[in-house]
Design a protein around this ligand. Structure first.
Ligand code: S3P
Ligand code: PEP
Length: 440
């Protein structure tokens, strides 16, 4: 897998060449969210675990390296088989001497804050410039009742975060659910190693709920039961141990979205194997949205097929599938009428402000977009080519690359940023058609 590094990951920009139509089976890489969850669970379980079909990308590799610095496990990555072998070393978890740096990996950073609560000593966790702006405050407030002292070094609720650990006792805490579901997932997963039972109450509403379902599904797959009352409370009983052994990661539904969007706007057919109706990934439901927009779809147990058709606008609340908002926005640019995407405030605190970025870049292509604090209204039309700024955000790069398959003259700046979640993205696009060339 991925034996020759793709030169486009180092290019300044890539010109996307339009494609007539295609009819392809497309294999996407393993789920980022499941890979992160299995890495965390395996490392906390104290049992040897092999994660097969794992996503090996910037985010997951930063996470694997970060986990190893606590000294209690080794994470051996096998690129040939896309697997990660997590092996206990027999050593206790200790805070690493050096700061932990995770680049732009938000989920890992949020999982690591709670994880450092199990490591004896003081851990400093940080990331790139954007990560140093992303919110962590809710999690920092929820950890002290469980015995963990976690603070923002600069007092601004963002990384660097200092965690004084070795003391994750469990107990009862409350977490705000409105900003990110990753805080709740972080607490649930790390409660696995607490001395006492852990009761987590969600204050307000919880955003991005399917990601918490994925957390529970991953724990269940590893033999850990989590009690719950809807999305109000979650309880992790002490003394449970994840089973270890082999676990297989399904394809990434967010990564899949670019190929569904490509088929939608090109009136083409795509089949994505390995993922289907049983998936807990919320982003799978992009298929339903695209069906409402005029595509034909078929979802079986283990395969998703989409065929593009004449596209019409829809109104859609995308709070539960934030990562595929840009993908849907690209399709909306080619649909008849105004698509209203609502309830997406969380997009403002992702790798970039994605509402602002999608609005700016679609407008550059001549598309009318109304930007609201928590929504985007996109009126479909005939986009023209443009040079797209990608804001160091993989999803902006991949989204506008898809627009470039339909619209001539789309140039994607900093194409290497796709490595955060989909390092083989450009090569996978090549399998549709040799439609890309690096220009610089
Ligand atoms: O738990 C996870 O794996 C994720 C949760 C989501 O974040 P929010 O809960 O912050 O919306 C999503 O955007 C992110 O890419 C992955
Ligand atoms: C928001 C994302 O990731 P994270 O929050 O893990 O950085 C993403 O992959 O779109």
């Amino acid at each position: 897998m991925n034996a020759t590094p793709d030169p486009r990951l180092k290019a300044e920009e890539v010109s996307v060449l339009p494609l007539a139509a295609f009819d392809e089976r497309v294999n996407v890489l393993g789920s980022k969210s499941y890979t992160n969850r299995y890495l965390a669970i395996a490392s906390l379980s104290g049992r040897e675990t092999v994660i097969k079909g794992a996503l090996l990308s910037d985010d997951t590799l930063y996470f694997a390296r970060a986990i190893e610095t606590f000294g209690h496990v080794n994470c051996t990555v096998d690129h040939a088989t896309a697997s990660i072998h997590v092996t206990p070393t027999g050593q206790p978890m200790r805070a690493p001497k050096d700061d932990i740096f995770v680049g732009g990996a938000g989920t890992p950073l949020r999982f690591l804050i709670s994880m450092a609560g199990h490591a004896q000593g003081t851990t400093i966790i940080t990331g790139n410039t954007r990560m140093q702006e992303r919110p962590m405050g809710d999690l920092l407030q929820a950890l002290p009742p469980l015995g963990v002292d976690a603070t923002a070094v600069r007092g601004n609720g963002s990384p660097p975060i200092r965690v004084v650990g070795g003391s994750f006792k469990g107990g009862a805490t409350t977490i705000n659910g409105l900003v990110s579901s990753q805080f709740t997932s972080s607490l649930i997963i790390n409660a696995l190693r607490a001395e006492n039972d852990t009761h987590i109450t969600i204050a307000d509403e919880l955003v991005s709920k399917p990601y918490v379902e994925m957390t529970l599904a991953a724990l269940k797959e590893m033999g850990v039961h989590v009690g719950r009352d809807g999305y109000r409370t979650f309880t992790v009983a002490a003394g449970q141990q994840a089973r270890g052994g082999e676990v297989t990661v399904e394809p990434d539904a967010s990564g899949m979205s670019y190929f569904l969007a490509a088929a939608a706007i090109l009136g083409s057919r795509v089949v994505i194997p390995g993922i289907g109706s049983g998936s807990h990934q919320g982003d799978v439901h992009l298929v339903d949205a695209l069906e409402r927009m005029g595509c034909r779809t078929q979802v079986t147990d283990d395969e998703i097929t989409l065929t593009g058709g004449p596209l019409r606008a829809i109104d859609i609340d995308m709070e539960a599938m934030p990562d595929v908002v840009p993908s849907l926005a690209a399709v909306a640019a080619y649909a008849e009428g105004t698509t209203r995407i609502t309830n997406i405030a969380s997009l403002r605190v992702k790798e970039c402000d994605r509402i602002a970025a999608v609005t700016t870049e679609l407008r550059k292509m001549g598309i009318e977009v109304e930007e609201l604090p928590d929504a985007m209204y996109i009126t479909g039309g005939t986009p023209h080519g443009a040079t797209i700024d990608t804001y160091d955000d993989h999803r902006i790069a991949m989204t506008f690359a898809i627009a470039g398959l339909r619209t001539e003259g789309v140039v994607i700046k900093d194409p290497g940023c796709v490595a955060k979640s989909f390092p083989t993205f450009w090569q996978t696009l090549d399998t549709l058609h040799p439609a890309l060339e690096s220009t610089k």
